[in-house]
Design a protein around this ligand. Structure first.
Ligand code: BYC
Length: 474
């Protein structure tokens, strides 16, 4: 039976009138659903989940709530409204008309950027597929699935661009997006972090706080693109991304709150005592921050990058919030970059600003990450504890860029490889730490009940109470 695409795939790209695109999607959609069944959340596909679905881009339609089974979620295709006066906002073509089609000379580069972005979306769903079994509450279970279906929608967004603008190559790339898998030794996902398993909920909250925030900054950069359909797609994706970071930010805050409660109850902040009482001790929380923050920093690419310089020069990828800068050409400016001097010290290099664009984005990202840390620390301060959580230095544990494989401590001081090896258990989760966190992970599925290691949220979703039955059925 023919599928009514206007109905099946909510969209604002007039899918119904584009036969070629419809045919391409008719071919891809069943493959996507197979992938969702095989690689998406395990065992919860028949449950009714209280999900937000975008049915249009306006304020009324972009967040429609109701109980749905995940395989019946309506993965839609939405681009922010077109601004007919939009001009190229940066680089050598500054001020010219933006492009509605892909210029031949930028075709392979744009395809690669879109494929890299698209690859992360299903990767994250694969990484999180087992988490439903250990959800700390129905509220959290629902949030996990919300994040998962929206990452699925973000994949649709990139696949739409590949199908609509890149012809046969685009269709092939769209298929490969379903063939690479997170952690697969033959066909891994493209970027490092997306091959790290996320097997516990503390990692999930870290991932949605740190890694999804990289997503925010990359999408902001692509939302500046002169290729207008890409820019408009990313602008709309950013509205959904906000909830993912909210899940991470409030998730970590709830862990801190519960830890404080337990420390008060037992009258001790001794990490072993906190663990015995079933909460996450603060040093372990810090190690998870160190791990996921350093991993996310690599996602911005190298700090000196000729790729980044040419993306900027050619108008393909701008700086996040490009409008907030004064000079959008950035041809003659320089950037002071701290690099290792090769003798255990640090040297300041002045490099062309365009080559430092990845670093410029990374610096904005780091500032944004600080905001949550300040909030978590305020909870500790208010409760009368001196312990503070911190972001490690951006030089710590890097595998991309000038600091790649340069051993440092968490303050960024270069140290010997031997010292790093000897001390990494102080800074990064050990097998024993991971084992302890794993031991806390037990599914809690009674409405309103919470696992003992996490405090309840302040409020429910879409003005529903916290004890609402967010996920129903067996
Ligand atoms: N892992 O010149 P460079 C999200 C490669 S997250 C592996 O700096 P460039 C989400 C690089 O490909 C956002 N390889 O590269 C979050 C290059 O290879 P070639 C995802 C890496 O191109 C949570 C070489 O190293 N979006 O949305 O300037 C849940 C030299 O590096 C990595 C995007 O990433 C790495 N980490 O920068 C769900 C946006 N880093 O050319 C979703 C699109 C670098 O020598 N992607 N390499 O073979 C890009 O803009 C760029 O590809 C990157 C890399 C910023 C990632």
């Amino acid at each position: 039976m023919a599928i009514n695409y206007q109905e099946r795939i909510p969209n604002n790209v007039d899918l119904g009138s584009n036969r070629t695109l419809q045919r391409a999607l008719e071919h891809w959609q069943p493959e996507f659903l197979n992938w969702w069944q095989d690689m998406g959340p395990t065992d919860f596909q028949a449950r009714d989940v209280y999900l937000r679905t975008a049915t249009s881009v306006d304020a009324k339609g972009w967040a429609t709530y109701g109980h749905v089974r995940m395989p019946e979620y309506r993965w839609g295709i939405f681009l922010a409204d077109r601004n007919p006066d939009r001009k190229v906002g940066f680089g050598d073509e500054f001020g010219k008309d933006v492009w509605q089609q892909v210029p031949g000379e930028h075709r392979s580069t744009l395809r690669r950027l879109i494929v890299t972005q698209g690859d992360t979306e299903p990767a994250s769903v694969e990484q999180q597929r087992l988490l439903g079994h250990t959800a700390p509450s129905l509220y959290d279970l629902r949030n996990l699935f919300q994040v998962n279906v929206e990452e699925g929608r973000h994949l649709w967004a990139m696949v739409y661009l590949l199908h609509a603008y890149f012809g046969r190559d685009g269709r092939e790339e769209a298929e490969e997006l379903l063939q690479r898998h997170s952690g697969d030794s033959d066909k891994p996902r493209i970027l490092g972090t997306f091959n790290e398993p996320i097997s516990d909920w503390l990692s999930f909250f870290m991932f949605t706080y740190f890694t999804d925030r990289d997503g925010k900054y990359q999408l902001k950069s692509l939302a500046e693109s002169s290729f207008d359909p890409l820019a408009r797609t990313c602008q709309f994706m950013l509205t959904e991304e906000a909830h993912h970071m909210f899940v991470g930010d409030t998730g970590i805050a709830r862990v801190v709150r519960r830890t404080i409660e337990v420390m008060k109850e037992i009258g001790s902040d001794d990490p072993e005592a906190v663990r015995r009482a079933g909460a996450v001790d603060l040093p372990t929380l810090q190690k998870y921050i160190n791990f996921w923050f350093s991993s996310a920093l690599d996602l911005f690419g190298a700090d000196q990058s000729s790729n980044a310089a040419s993306y900027f020069a050619n108008g393909l990828k701008g700086r996040p919030d490009e409008a907030s800068y004064e000079d959008h050409i950035a041809r003659d400016q320089t950037y002071d970059l701290e690099v290792p001097d090769g003798q255990g010290g640090v040297r300041l290099d002045q490099i062309p600003l365009r080559n430092a664009m990845n670093e410029v984005s990374r610096a904005s990202y780091v500032k944004d990450c600080e905001i949550g840390v300040v909030r978590w620390n305020r909870l500790l301060q208010k409760a009368g504890y001196d312990h503070r959580l911190v972001l490690p230095s951006p030089r710590f544990r890097r595998t991309i860029g000038s600091w790649a494989n340069v051993p440092t401590d968490t303050t960024g001081k270069p140290i010997s490889a031997a010292e790093f090896a000897a001390r990494q258990g102080e800074w990064l989760p050990t097998d024993q730490d991971r084992g302890f966190i794993a031991s806390l992970m037990k599914g809690v599925y009674e409405p309103g009940k919470m696992a003992g290691w996490i405090a309840p949220p302040d409020r429910g979703i879409n003005a529903q109470p916290v004890d609402y039955e967010y996920v129903r059925g067996n």
